[in-house]
Write a protein that binds this ligand. Structure first.
Ligand code: DGT
Ligand code: MG
Ligand code: MG
Ligand code: MG
Ligand code: MG
Length: 268
């Protein structure tokens, strides 16, 4: 192909090909989402409609990009882990967008994530962080970090905070004061002794976030068939299908990974 007069621009592009044989983790986080939540009167601290919509979008991303082996989401974010052998978009981390093409997992995830949403939501979100090339350990650490530090810590805090406001009658400033310097045990105690709430019994969706993985399921359907010299009859046909399955469980400990050993392969 003839070189265009803009060919020189290429010289300024750094090589951003992700290392071979490493997982690629893409995390998207809603930009200024607290404003969006206020404008649309989200329930506090968790709005199940919004969480459901996010998960629906993430599912559709996985359906489009089958090289995503696991996705984890909570609050206004979702992380997507691409399998280590993926060659999608030539493993380019950064994107070069021309009006109709996109050439990196980030942009593709971004666009696929948003298109099912209303344009309103789409314009309010952006790519928060784009490039991580990681080992199995790195992918596990990323997911565990999102679940502990972001999901668990924030959800416990937000649950106590909004309980103090909504049920305890405190102003938001008073609730802030009340929680200053408290640890997890103190927060659990406030919930339990003052509001008769056992945090352990709160919704798993809120405490653990949403993990999406591919699972194989046998599906049996009946098919009407006719063999030569026989009457037409219904025959059961079993097929194995891959489906995206949602879990709201701990992904920090070993159990989940032992139950699903195929998601992330061992390093080496
Ligand atoms: P950023 O990411 O730096 O552009 O700023 P934000 O505003 O997106 O903040 P971030 O991502 O640190 O935290 C997520 C915000 O979204 C947080 O203020 C709470 C809000 N949010 C997320 N999910 C819900 C929900 O289900 N209900 C309500 N009321 N708020 C939510
Ligand atoms: Mg955000
Ligand atoms: Mg933030
Ligand atoms: Mg966030
Ligand atoms: Mg399972």
């Amino acid at each position: 192909m003839a070189k265009s007069k803009f060919e020189y621009v290429r010289n300024f592009e750094t090589d951003d090909t992700c290392l071979r044989n490493c997982y690629i983790v893409v995390r998207l986080d809603g930009r200024n989402f607290h404003k969006f939540a206020e404008q649309h009167k989200f329930t506090k601290p968790n709005d199940n409609r919004a969480l459901g919509l996010m998960t629906q979008c993430a599912r559709s991303v996985m359906g489009e990009l089958e090289d995503i082996v696991i996705a984890y989401g909570q609050s206004d974010e979702f992380s997507f882990v691409f399998k280590r052998t993926t060659t999608l978009f030539k493993r380019r981390a950064r994107y070069r967008v021309t009006p109709h093409t996109c050439s990196s997992p980030v942009v593709e995830v971004y666009l696929t994530f948003f298109l099912p949403l209303s344009l309103l939501a789409a314009t309010l979100m952006d790519v928060w962080s784009c490039k991580r090339t990681v080992s199995r350990y790195g992918a596990l650490t990323h997911l565990a970090f999102r679940q502990t530090d972001e999901c668990h810590v924030n959800n416990l805090h937000n649950t106590v905070f909004w309980t103090l406001v909504q049920r305890g009658g405190l102003t938001t400033t008073q609730a802030d004061e009340r929680l200053k310097g408290t640890l997890a045990a103190d927060k659990n105690e406030i919930l339990f002794s003052e509001f008769d709430i056992n945090y352990n019994n709160e919704s798993a969706l809120h405490k653990k976030g949403t993990t999406l993985i591919w699972e194989k399921r046998d599906e049996t359907v009946t098919k009407r068939t006719k063999l030569p010299n026989e009457e037409e009859k219904d025959v059961p046909v079993t097929r194995t299908r891959r489906r995206v399955q949602a879990h709201h469980c701990d992904i920090i400990g070993d159990q989940f990974w032992e139950e699903h050993p195929d998601i992330l392969e061992d390093d080496n």
